[in-house]
Design a protein around this ligand. Structure first.
Ligand code: NAD
Ligand code: ZN
Ligand code: ZN
Length: 345
C-alpha cells in the first residue's frame, strides 16, 4: 500500500510502498478514509538528525478516520465496516493516567518508543492503519470522515486546553486566540459554542483573519507593534483573561504575556520553540498562570465528536489525494492553507 513516510530523522518525507499490516491480538486494522495534516508534522520533519524521543522510520498522520477492515482475535466490541475516528495519543494503556482515559499524560510516556499514531508508530497517511487497541476507536456515525479526522487533534487539542481554563472563561471574560490555522479556527468555534467569552483572533495572514470572522470571533487583528494594546483596549484596558497561543514562538509568547490581565491564564499550545522567562517581577502580570496542555483525553474525544455530529463544529477542509501529500506539506509550510489539509488515500 502507498504511505507518506518519514524514512529517518533529518530526511525529507517520501511517498512509498509498504506492506499492508494484519491485526493480531487486540489490534484493529482500519481502511483510512481521511487523515489530517498537522503543523506538528512539520515539526517532526524539521527535528533534524537528533530527532524526537521516539525512533523513525514511520508513516505520518495522527488525525485519522476510517472504517474497520479487520480485527485481531481478542477484539469483540467492534464490527467490520464500522465508521470510526482514532484517539491518537496512544499511551501504555496500564498506568493510572491511561486507565482514566488520559493517555495524553501517560506516566510511562518517556519509556514508550512512540508518542502516538504517526509519531513513532505508523499513522494514517496510508491506505490502512493498524490501531493497537479498540479502546482508541470513537464511532462517528454519519459524520463525514473528512470532518472527523481533524477533530481528533485540531479540535480535541483546543477543546482540552479550553476545558482546563473554563473557570476563567465566564460571563464578561475575554480570550485571545493567537494563530488561526487548523487548531485556532476550531478553538474559536469551541469557545463560541461553550463559553460566553468575547473572542479576539490574531494572525499574520488576512485569509486566516477572515476565517476567524466566519468562525465567530468578535474581533480579529493582524500583528503589529500595537497588537497587545489593541487586545488590552478591547478587554476594557486591563488585558485578556486567557490567551491561547497556537504558535508558541518568542514573539507570540511576548505578545501573550503583554496582553494578559493580572490573574490571567496563558495557555501555550503551539510548539514554535519560543522562550518566555518566568521572573518576578517580569513580563508576566501578577497572578498569571501558565500551562502547556498536550492533545486531549479519551472522554473529551467523545465530547468533541458529539459536538461535531451536532453541527456545532465545522472544519474548514482542503482536500488532497494521498498522491499529492507532499504538495499539501509544502502548502502548509508556506502558509497557503486555509483551515486543515486532509489527505484522502
Ligand atoms: P497551522 O499552520 O494550521 O496554523 C498556524 C497559524 O498560525 C497560521 O494561521 C499562521 O498564519 C499563524 N501564525 C504563524 N505565525 C504567527 C505569528 N507570529 N502571529 C500570529 N499568527 C501566526 O498550525 P496548526 O496545525 O494549527 O498547529 C499550531 C501549533 O500547535 C503548531 O506548533 C503545532 O505543532 C501545535 N500543536 C500542539 C498540540 C499540543 O498538543 N500541544 C497539538 C497539535 C498541534
Ligand atoms: Zn497534531
Ligand atoms: Zn500509561
Amino acid at each position: 500500500m502507498r504511505a507518506l513516510r518519514l524514512p529517518g530523522w533529518g530526511l525529507p518525507a517520501i511517498l512509498t510502498d509498504v506492506e499492508r499490516p494484519s491485526p493480531r491480538d487486540g489490534e484493529v486494522l482500519l481502511r483510512v478514509e481521511a487523515a489530517g495534516l498537522c503543523h506538528s508534522d512539520l515539526h517532526v520533519l524539521d527535528a533534524g538528525p537528533a530527532g524526537m524521543p521516539f525512533p523513525a522510520p514511520f508513516t505520518l498522520g495522527h488525525e485519522i478516520a476510517g472504517r474497520v477492515e479487520a480485527v485481531g482475535p481478542a477484539v469483540t466490541d467492534v464490527a467490520l465496516g464500522d465508521p470510526v475516528a482514532v484517539y491518537g495519543p496512544w499511551g501504555c494503556g496500564e498506568c493510572p493516567r491511561c486507565r482514566a482515559g488520559m493517555d495524553n499524560y501517560c506516566d510511562r510516556r518517556a519509556e514508550l518508543p512512540w508518542a502516538g499514531a504517526g509519531l513513532g508508530r505508523d499513522g494514517g497517511m496510508a491506505e490502512y492503519v493498524l490501531v493497537p487497541s479498540a479502546r482508541h476507536l470513537e464511532p462517528i456515525g454519519e459524520l463525514d470522515p473528512l470532518q472527523a479526522a481533524p477533530m481528533t487533534d485540531a479540535a480535541l487539542t483546543p477543546y482540552h486546553a479550553i476545558q482546563r481554563c473554563r473557570p476563567a472563561l465566564g460571563e464578561g471574560s475575554t480570550v485571545a486566540v493567537i494563530g488561526v490555522g487548523g487548531l485556532g479556527h476550531l478553538a474559536i468555534q469551541i469557545l463560541r459554542a461553550m463559553t460566553p467569552s468575547r473572542v479576539f483572533a490574531v494572525d499574520v495572514r488576512d485569509e486566516a483573519l477572515s476565517l476567524a470572522d466566519r468562525c465567530g470571533a468578535h474581533l480579529s487583528t493582524g500583528i503589529s507593534g500595537d497588537t497587545s494594546r489593541v487586545l488590552r483596549t478591547a478587554s476594557g484596558g486591563h488585558g485578556v483573561d486567557v490567551v491561547l497561543d497556537f504558535v508558541g514562538t518568542d514573539s507570540t509568547l511576548d505578545l501573550s504575556a503583554g496582553s494578559l490581565r493580572a490573574d490571567g491564564e496563558l495557555v501555550v499550545v503551539g510548539s514554535g520553540g519560543g522562550r518566555l522567562s518566568v521572573r518576578k517581577p517580569g513580563a508576566l502580570p501578577q497572578g498569571a498562570r501558565i500551562s502547556l496542555p498536550f492533545w486531549g483525553t479519551r472522554p473529551e474525544l467523545t465530547e468533541v465528536i458529539s459536538l461535531g455530529r451536532s453541527g456545532a463544529l465545522h472544519v474548514e477542509v482542503e482536500r488532497f489525494p494521498l498522491s499529492a501529500a507532499l504538495e499539501a506539506l509544502a502548502r502548509l509550510r508556506s502558509g497557503q492553507l486555509k483551515g486543515r489539509a486532509v489527505i484522502v488515500p
